[in-house]
Ligand binder design. Structure first.
Ligand code: ZN
Length: 76
């Protein structure tokens, strides 16, 4: 009920677009093993959650962020 301004995600607040170059920021949207956190954990809006997810994937591809469990054996 008394939930005010639930739509205040970090992205909207700073009016920023998330991309792979901000991988230091993206780290807060992943857990310790590098997996992308669900929206309820990131508190991002739909748009920015999607942006974050895409950006994390791009950053992974470029080696800026680790892959999650699903690629755990990639380097073995
Ligand atoms: Zn947003």
């Amino acid at each position: 009920m008394a939930r005010r301004r639930s739509n205040r995600c970090q992205g909207c607040e700073g009016n920023i677009d998330l991309d792979y170059k901000q991988y230091n920021k993206l780290k807060q949207f992943t857990n310790r093993s590098g997996k992308i956190l669900p929206r309820r954990a990131t508190k991002l809006c739909e748009k920015h959650q999607r942006q974050a997810a895409e950006a994390v994937k791009a950053a992974r591809y470029l080696g800026l962020l680790p892959y999650g469990d699903e690629h755990g054996s990639a380097w073995r």
